[in-house]
Design a protein around this ligand. Structure first.
Ligand code: FAD
Length: 507
């Protein structure tokens, strides 16, 4: 029998976006919270998104007006509270041969989207074929009927960095956060859970007690319900989505959108000095997926068909790739063999088990994370665990520190462009903490590790030491988007980076 080492008000299982917002929101109420993930923070679905903070224009095709309204409100709230981490971005949607409607219908949809978003984004624009080609000369003119521009938000860094911000906030508010710890067993008696955690690095186990559990395990929600001895009418269907990183294929700083050969929206998304292309939508049975040749060929074919690139993209152009599953909700005990699963709702569902004191989050979008946090707090209160404080649990630090940060960096870095890139990147990712991070940094500490990425040695060291980094991938792929825009060969060939990893003992 394991010794009980700690007692919590709430244990949150899963530290993707939904578990992390839950931990931050519950801690802000003054509750004692443990958030635990068997991988790194945000190492599953929440590191495979398209990085968009969006109202879901495509759900208008399924007449999901309520969902679009809610997502547009969430988008506006997130963009207001994260002015440097999320930027407003134009989507140039090409009305090529696969577009399911003509120009009048297209602009009607874009205007409807703008109205449902209560005019919080710039006004959409419509272009005829000639103007569309002027806006983006690489569009394939064959079958092109024009294009339209609408606006949404984009995470400037990456989804997993955004998630880590909530883990940091939760710990600042008193939560304990453990990555690489798996919940292997949970027993409920006398209104209390005994939860066994296995340390996947040290192979040790420990036991904690808690008054309530939040199951935020994304695609594993049903599986963890089984572990908690629960039955549920809500099931998940899994849809695989793949993104590839390639060289910058357009100089335009907008997202290019078009309809692929299956009639689904497909994107070219700028990330640092590269383009991210995707995504796919393939029904799968298991949550663990990898990018395969069929995915690569599909994604590259869409780009080469829709754009007139000087040199067509091939597999040799792939710098990095990622694959994840969207957990799609099937409510009310319906069969998992739903006929038209492409049209399953993207809404999240919060299930409350008052008897066992468990709150489960099913499905959802990263965009809706602030609502999930608030709904989980309400759910946990409903099962009898209430906190009475009202601390702030989301939002960026006040801008006041950015100028002081610029001055500190300017003292050491003579190139004005590099200095500005470092200052804005450090501010975006660390807020006021960036001031301490650079306070004692020398000019050598502030050299960019890869030209143009705005990441310096001082930042890598700071993250490795303070952000619970266990493996090099945690640092290079999740806390920072370096491995999303540089190939494995480029990472291996960078001697400055390799010496730092050796110094930090990260493999
Ligand atoms: C291809 C794709 C594109 C997307 N694009 C967007 C987009 O642009 N915008 C948007 O808003 N949304 C997007 N989404 C949706 C969004 O990414 C997901 O809805 C969201 O990331 C789900 O987060 P989650 O926290 O529920 O799950 P996850 O991120 O999967 O987190 C669940 C965690 O639970 C952990 N876990 C499971 N079992 C245990 C256990 N026993 N013990 C401990 N830990 C456990 C796992 O390790 C995992 O880290 C996209 C999704 C995909 C797949």
């Amino acid at each position: 029998m394991l010794e009980i080492v700690d007692d919590f008000d709430v244990v949150v299982i899963g530290a993707g976006i939904n578990g992390s917002v839950s931990a931050a929101a519950l801690s802000a109420r003054g509750l004692r919270v443990l958030v635990v993930d068997r991988g790194d923070f945000a190492s599953f679905t929440s590191q495979t998104s398209s990085n968009m903070v969006w109202g879901g224009i495509k759900y208008l095709q399924d007449y999901e007006f309520g969902l679009v309204f809610k997502l547009c409100r969430s988008r506006a709230r997130l963009m207001r509270n994260y002015p440097t981490q999320i930027r407003s971005i134009g989507f140039l949607a090409s009305l090529g041969p696969n577009a399911p409607f003509n120009r009048p219908m297209g602009i009607l949809g874009a205007y409807l989207y703008w109205v449902i978003g209560i005019f919080t984004t710039p006004k959409p624009k419509l272009f005829n074929k000639r103007a569309a080609l002027k806006e983006e000369p690489q569009l394939n003119p064959t079958g092109l009927r024009g294009s339209l521009e609408y606006f949404d938000g984009l995470l400037v860094d990456n989804d997993s960095r955004f998630v880590y911000g909530f883990i940091r906030r939760a710990t600042q508010l008193g939560a304990e956060a453990l990555n690489y710890h798996e919940v292997t067993k949970a027993e409920f008696s006398k209104k209390q859970w005994q939860v066994t955690l296995r340390d996947l690095n040290g192979e040790d186990s420990r036991m904690v007690t808690t008054r309530a559990i939040v199951n935020a395990t994304g695609p594993f929600a049903n599986q963890v319900q089984g572990l908690l001895g629960q039955e549920s009418n809500t099931k998940l269907a899994l849809s695989k989505g793949v993104h590839l990183t390639v060289r910058r294929i357009t100089n335009d700083d907008r997202i290019l959108a078009f309809w692929d050969e299956q009639g689904r929206l497909f994107y070219v998304i700028p990330l640092a000095d590269k383009s991210i292309i995707g995504t796919t939508d393939t029904r799968v049975d298991a949550p663990f997926t990898e990018t395969n040749d069929e995915d690569r060929e599909f994604v590259l074919r869409q780009i080469n068909q829709q754009l007139n690139l000087t040199t067509a993209l091939t597999k040799a152009d792939i710098v990095a790739e990622r694959s994840g599953v969207r957990p799609l909700v099937i409510e009310g005990g319906k069969s998992e063999e739903v006929a038209d699963w492409h049209h399953l709702t993207r809404k999240h569902v919060i299930e409350i088990d008052s008897e066992k004191r468990v709150v489960t989050v099913f499905g959802g979008k990263l965009t809706d994370c602030l609502n999930v946090g608030a709904e989980v707090v309400a759910g946990v209160a409903k099962v009898g665990v209430r906190g009475f404080k009202r601390n702030r649990w989301y939002g960026e630090d006040h801008f006041a520190g950015l100028d002081a940060l610029r001055q500190l960096i300017d003292r050491q870095v003579t190139n004005a462009e590099v200095s500005e890139r470092l200052a804005t990147g450090l501010w975006r990712r660390h807020g006021n903490l960036a001031l301490t991070l650079v306070a004692d940094a020398t000019a050598a500490d502030l050299v960019e590790v890869f030209d143009g990425l705005g990441v310096c040695l001082a930042e890598l060291r700071h993250i490795a030491k303070t952000e619970r980094v266990v493996r090099s991938e945690d640092l290079l792929r999740r806390r920072l988007p370096i491995a999303l825009v540089r190939s494995k060969a480029e990472l291996a060939a960078n001697s400055t980076l390799q010496s730092l990893l050796a110094e930090l003992r990260l493999s």
